[in-house]
Each structure stands twice: as C-alpha cells, then as structure tokens.
Ligand binder design. Structure first.
Ligand code: HEC
Length: 220
C-alpha cells in the first residue's frame, strides 16, 4: 500500500515538473496563425459555453427587447462598437477582425444559440483570451438595447440595417462619436459618422484606441 502511494506521489511530482518545463521552455506555439488542436478547441469551447450559461443564470430581462426604441438604440451601439469585428448586414468585417484568433463569429448565428440574458452577460463581461472586449463601462440600458438589436440580426437584410442606422442617427449621437459599421448608402448627415470619419475611426481601431482607455497609458 505504501509503495502504491509513493508511486502515485512520484508520478504527480513528475507531471508537475513536466508541466513546468513545458510552460517555461517556450516550445508551445502561441502564434495566432497556428490553429489549436481539435482537443484544445473542444475544451475551450465547452469551457466558454458552460461558463456563460452558469454565470448568466438568474439575470432577468428588464425591458421589452422587441420594442422598436430599444432596437434603434441598440443599432447605434452596434454600428459604433461591434460591426468593425462582427460585420453587419451589408457591412463586411474590418481587416482587423480577419487577423483575430478566434475569429469574431457571425452574430446572426449567435443570436439563435444564446438566450437574451447570456448575450447580455457576454457583452457586459467580454470573453477572456479572445478579442471580445467587455463593455462594462457602458450602462446596462445600452447593453440591453444592443441585445435587442443582436436578436434582430437573423434574416436582417442590408436594406433594413441601413434603415435602422438612419433611424438611430436621429438619436443625435448619444455616444458623440462615429463608427465604422455604417453601410455606405446610409444618410447620416446629422451624425458624426460620415464617410471620412469612418476612415479615421478605422485607424483608431487598429491601435485598439476605441472609446475605452488605452491599456498602457503612461502614468501621469
Ligand atoms: C475587437 C473585436 C471585437 C469587437 C469590437 C466586438 N467583438 Fe464580440 N467577439 C469577438 C471575438 C473574437 C469573439 C469570439 C470569442 C470566442 O470565440 O470565444 C466574440 C464573441 C462575441 C459573442 C459570442 C459569440 C459566440 O457565438 O460565442 C457575442 C454575443 C459578441 N461577441 C457580441 C459583440 C457585440 C454586441 C459587440 C459590440 C458591443 C462586440 N461583440 C464587439 C470580437 C469582438
């Protein structure tokens, strides 16, 4: 019996040492150009979906997500913050999204997979070790409105999206800034998101200098 315990302890110790050597050796390929093994993808995807399900449990939906006013407010938020990575009907994702690993998914699919509460949780908290930011510095009302918009995405045409963007532009730019997610045909002359600003915002995105504070700010 004592011999078995000793062997188990030696095996555990060997595994810990091997793990330490693996982590510190640098042999693991961290490159975003090298896809995960199928097993790693399976583990990560299951951790993600289980975690979202557990953490979003108990979140109540406080508004009517089919209310046109919610959808319009959510459109503005989405066009400004999300379309750059996820695209929108008639709006391709920006180049930056193509370089991300994992790639930002098509949210028209996502909307059918997660509940409203789960989408809200994802927006509020983001997803670790991916390009999905958290938007916890935005009010819950804005986030619920964005959920309302995301849930409209399945089957949404480019024409309807352009109409919603025009409608949301009349909110007089609650954010006070433009975004790259606007269809070219949209009349947004009373909003700051004009064509040339779209390009300027594109550049901002490359440095991830969006509305949020840059991560590495010099200490004042
Ligand atoms: C900088 C790029 C980027 C931006 C901006 C961004 N996302 Fe994401 N998002 C991602 C990536 C990458 C993933 C994939 C994460 C993963 O695979 O676990 C993701 C995942 C998601 C998911 C979960 C999708 C799924 O099928 O599991 C939702 C929902 C989502 N994003 C919504 C949004 C919304 C709404 C916004 C705007 C408020 C937004 N994202 C802004 C990159 C981004």
């Amino acid at each position: 019996m004592r011999k078995i315990i000793r062997n188990v302890l030696v095996a555990c110790l060997a595994a810990i040492v091997a793990g330490f050597v693996f982590v510190t050796s640098g042999v693991y390929d961290i490159a975003a150009t090298t896809p995960h093994w199928a097993l790693t993808t399976w583990v990560l995807e299951n951790i993600r979906t289980r975690s979202i399900r557990v953490h979003a449990a108990g979140i109540e939906v406080p508004v009517n997500l089919r209310d046109p006013a919610e959808i319009t407010m959510g459109t503005e938020h989405f066009a400004t913050h999300c379309a750059v990575c996820h695209g929108a009907p008639g709006v391709p994702r920006d180049d930056i999204a193509d370089g991300l690993y994992p790639r930002p998914p098509d949210l028209a699919q996502t909307a059918t997979v997660y509940t409203s509460a789960q989408i809200f949780w994802i927006l509020k908290h983001g997803i670790k070790m991916t390009g999905m930011p958290n938007w916890s510095d935005h009010g819950d009302d804005e986030l619920w409105a964005t959920v309302a918009f995301v849930e409209q995405l399945p089957g949404m045409t480019a024409h309807r999206y352009a109409g919603l963007v025009s409608e949301s532009a009349k909110l007089a730019g609650r954010h006070g800034h433009g975004g790259p997610g606007l269809p070219a045909s949209t009349d947004v002359s009373d909003h700051r998101s004009t064509g040339s600003e779209t390009n300027a915002n594109d550049k901002d995105m490359k440095g991830m200098n969006m509305e949020k504070e840059p991560v590495a700010q010099p200490v004042q």
